[in-house]
Write a protein that binds this ligand. Structure first.
Ligand code: MOS
Length: 752
């Protein structure tokens, strides 16, 4: 049997995707379906004092218009950061209060999508407008759970002031990162169909179980009455994890009109009805002795949050894991402003915090007169600097060595502004990438048939990353079947437990469950054949029959392909479930996962710290006269345990690095401060890198064995690639120009 893991396997779902046979949530059309549209608030803060729906109701095709007064009641659920399944804790159309611009105020149902949207435009709300601000005020920030430190939001080891006074060189610097929005290709959509007390919801989701849990709570239904369907997701990046207002409103509207309703959220509305990456300020004070060894490390992150949730994606938990230092202080702070609640967006804290950390390390290296790679090497550690436990594996410097070789870092003249090519100033920069390894409890069911087919079922998701393919590969490797004979069924909440497809958890967690389910299939076949008179395993203790690469092996050297053994059994088919739990998983985290929450073991357990690592090197070219910034080369080397699929993993890492270029140079949600609104709320004016912005991107995938993280040795890679790219680009810009840009995006206007 050909090896199927750690090889390049083309996506099994590719033909379905390119032929249109892959059905995304909004492709399901229940009979008699009507269309919904949202009318949203133009003000950010205030009170709705009236809402005239008469023109909308008179619009041809409009069936019904709902406001806070007429929409059927449901029980609202808490937001994710308050421990609930919601994208935010504040639910629109519950009353007259307006708390953010773009908040839904009315829901129009019509016979066509066009009529619904026309109707929504004819809604006439009147407001009493209050004072609103999206300007973050870092001086007015607070620490979550201050005083009790229950969530590790502040950590102190040693004495940072003393460490700084001993330092030969130090930096005291501040970096700023902007609001960013995900803009997935597939728009937010929800279709709801009630049949009596049974409800089906089709919605693109990173967590069908989270949706089912929240919806059943909202309506007091048993979870078995709520079907949630999301077989394909056209990009999510954190935006499709929680249950959102537009979903709840669609379900309520469908109930009220007594017909299925589908809502496709408009591009501008996508900026306010779900989540985003909050803006942040990253403050660092880092000191080092003359050899470069850190004497003090302080990181204070201040992130924006809404007035009604406390969005904590704790970046300081990651930065303090990076470099050895005897004195460490970190603080996780929040500052409120008048927006909807933010959330996760690819590497939800690491993108921002590593822009800060890795720029600060570059500044420190310059002050020390040290090569930036050597500064990382001197401070590399095999032990978590705060928790004191060893890393389960940590190949950071191997990544630096591989990427610097391939990039040609040795050819860099360290002197700032020394490298030119005609009118172009050339700069080289580098930075560290990391991502925590989060492993969730997960389950899978595998049915193997003597015909040579297997069916793998689990409530996991393919958000475009290749999950369908890697689960088929794992099953193929264990069962001894071709990948094409392994059919994976996912994206429905009633399937066996799988985690939220977020935090780069799916491959490691759900993959381990598929692996264990296959072992259980083999154990079941072993039990059956051991009782058959005409089997090579006849009379053998089934516990002594093992599975290796699809072949059963007995204690006395008997071997038989699992498929042949299965085909010889009377039923010719075997079904088994596998349940995966990391030994460090707490009962609380297990319970949370069953409730659709984010229950994980790691990244720091009582025994080990689990992280994936990488190093990114970049060449920038800055035009001497126009200050145009170009990125002709980006090289990354990564180590993340076992590679399941070298093709899809490569795509994930490359995609992350390309997005890193966007984060560095293009992406920003601009703010209209006068009206406290997101200004460029559409995909045309929200800039992302295009082909002309991306030239050579080289990805190296290093081998790394890690037996602690999970049975497959897999660390997550969905988010690793974006981390550090912005800092590497900023560092290269400094090398080329001598200008240190500390605010994203890095713009040519900042170089003038
Ligand atoms: Mo991803 S930002 O963890 O959904």
């Amino acid at each position: 049997m050909a090896q199927t893991i750690n090889t390049e396997v083309t996506r099994t779902d590719a033909p379905r995707k390119v032929t249109g046979a892959a059905h995304y949530a909004a492709d399901f059309t229940p009979a008699g379906m009507l269309h919904g549209a949202l009318a949203t608030s133009r003000i950010a803060v205030g009170t709705l004092i009236g809402i005239d729906t008469s023109k909308a109701e008179a619009e041809p095709g409009v069936v019904a218009v709902f406001t806070h007064e007429t929409l059927p009641d449901y029980k609202t659920v808490k937001g994710f950061y308050a421990g609930g399944p919601g994208s935010a804790s504040f639910w629109p159309m519950e009353g007259t209060e307006i708390r953010y611009a773009g908040q839904p105020v009315a829901y129009v149902v019509a016979e066509t999508a066009a009529a619904a949207r026309r109707g929504a435009q004819l809604i006439e709300p009147s407001y009493e407008e209050g004072e609103a601000s999206i300007a973050m005020d870092p001086s007015d920030s607070f620490i979550i759970g201050a005083g009790e430190d229950s969530k590790g939001m502040t950590v102190t080891k040693g004495d940072v002031s003393a460490g700084l006074s001993e330092a030969a060189q130090s930096v005291d610097v501040e970096y700023v990162t902007p609001f960013q929005h995900h803009n997935p290709m597939e728009m937010f959509a929800a279709t709801a169909e009630w049949r009596g007390d049974r409800l089906t919801v089709w919605m693109p989701s990173q967590s069908v179980r989270t949706l089912r849990h929240g919806i059943s709570k909202a309506y007091g239904l048993p979870e078995t009455s709520v079907r949630v369907v999301s077989p394909f997701v056209g990009g999510a990046f954190g935006s499709k994890a929680g249950i959102t207002p537009y979903t709840m409103l669609t379900i309520a509207a469908a109930k009220a009109v007594g017909a299925p309703v589908r809502l496709i959220v408009t591009r501008p509305q996508m900026y306010t009805v779900a989540t985003f990456r909050p803006e942040s300020v990253q403050k660092f004070r880092i000191g080092a002795d003359a050899s470069g060894k850190l004497t003090a490390f302080e990181h204070i992150e201040i992130a924006q949050t809404s007035q009604f949730d406390e969005v904590v994606n704790p970046g300081t938990h990651m930065t303090r894991a990076m470099y050895a230092s005897p004195n460490i202080h970190t603080e996780q702070r929040l500052s409120r402003s008048d927006t909807n609640t933010g959330g996760f967006m690819r590497a939800p804290n690491e993108m921002q915090t590593f822009f800060g950390l890795e720029s600060a390390m570059d500044e420190l290296a310059l002050k020390l007169g040290m090569d930036p790679v050597e500064l990382r090497r001197v401070n590399d550690t095999k032990t978590h600097p705060v928790a004191g436990v060893p890393f389960s594996s940590r190949s950071l410097m191997e990544c630096y060595d591989a990427a610097s070789d391939s990039f040609g870092w040795a050819g860099r003249n360290p002197e700032v502004g020394s490298m030119t090519d005609g009118d172009w100033l050339v700069g080289y920069g580098c930075a560290t990438a990391t991502y925590p390894t989060n492993v969730s409890p997960s389950a899978a069911r595998v049915r193997m048939q003597g015909t040579g087919h297997a069916f793998i079922e689990l409530a996991a998701h393919d958000v475009g990353t290749g999950s369908y393919t890697i689960f088929a590969q794992i099953a193929a490797a264990r069962l001894g079947l071709p990948v094409s004979a392994c059919d994976v069924v996912m994206g429905e909440a009633h399937l066996p437990l799988a985690p939220i497809s977020g935090g780069s958890t799916t491959a490691a967690s759900a993959g381990s469950a598929v692996h264990l389910a296959c072992l259980n299939v083999a154990a079941q076949v072993a039990r059956e054949v051991s009782q058959m008179s005409d089997s090579p395993f006849s009379g053998v203790d089934p516990d002594r029959i093992t599975l290796e690469d699809g072949v059963l092996r007995g204690p006395d050297g008997q071997t038989q392909p699992l498929l042949d053994a299965l085909a010889s059994t009377p039923r010719g088919e075997a079904t088994a479930e596998g349940e995966y739990r990391h030994p460090a998983l707490t009962d609380q985290a297990l319970k949370l996962t069953y409730q659709g929450g984010y229950g994980v073991a790691g990244p720091v357990t009582p025994e080990k710290a689990m992280f994936a690592f990488g190093a990114e090197f970049v060449e920038v070219r800055i035009h001497r006269w126009t200050h145009e910034i170009r990125v002709p080369r980006l090289h990354g080397a990564f180590a993340a345990g076992t590679w399941l699929n070298r093709k899809t993993a490569h795509s994930q890492l490359m995609g992350g690095m390309v997005w890193g270029i966007g984060s560095a140079l293009h992406e920003v949600t601009e703010i209209d401060h006068a009206r406290a609104r997101f200004l460029n709320a559409n995909i045309a004016e929200y800039l992302v890198p295009v082909n002309a912005d991306v030239r050579e991107v080289r990805v190296e995938m290093l081998e790394e064995q890690d037996d602690y993280v999970n049975p497959l040795g897999v660390k997550g890679i969905g988010e690793l690639g974006i981390v550090g790219t912005a800092a590497a680009i900023g560092n290269a810009i400094h090398h080329a120009t001598g200008k240190r840009l500390r605010k994203l995006p890095l713009r040519m206007s900042d170089l003038v």
